[in-house]
Design a protein around this ligand. Structure first.
Ligand code: ZN
Length: 136
């Protein structure tokens, strides 16, 4: 893994949180995107070299809605930038981690993504992401 790509925060109302985080960071988000297949609306903020993603559920049965029901708003996942997502998935499976989607899917922000089950990572949902333009 190369670096933390972004940290994802689950929020109930993204328009309210967009204002809040813009105040916090002193800068507006640089991108908003809806990922229909995941039932989420996202926004991305840059903080120096780092990125923060806000996620709001657009469907009652989306993973974000379930997360907020269970735990409330807060940090939802940590995403790591990887060079080759398929290779990394294979390596992590070998190491005994449970990969939630073994075939990478298209996530927000022009990335191929895969998630590791928090049960195998001390309760932390880990997202692997590979920039789509880097795809071999
Ligand atoms: Zn993410």
């Amino acid at each position: 893994m190369k670096k933390i790509e972004h940290i994802g925060i689950a929020v109930k109302d993204i328009s309210v949180s967009n204002e809040l985080f813009a105040k916090l960071f002193g800068e507006k988000y640089y991108k908003v995107e809806e990922v229909e297949s995941e039932g989420v609306k996202t926004s991305f903020f840059k903080v120096g070299h780092n990125k923060i993603e806000l996620l709001e559920a657009t469907k009652e049965d989306s993973p974000i809605a379930k997360f907020i029901d269970r735990k409330g708003e807060g940090i939802h996942h940590i995403a790591f930038d990887v060079e080759d997502i398929e290779e990394e998935i294979a390596r992590l499976k070998q190491e005994g981690f449970t990969v939630l989607n073994e075939t990478p899917k298209k996530g927000a922000d022009n990335k191929l993504v895969a998630f590791l089950h928090p049960k195998t990572t001390n309760g932390v949902l880990i997202e692997l992401c590979q920039e789509i333009t880097n795809k071999k």
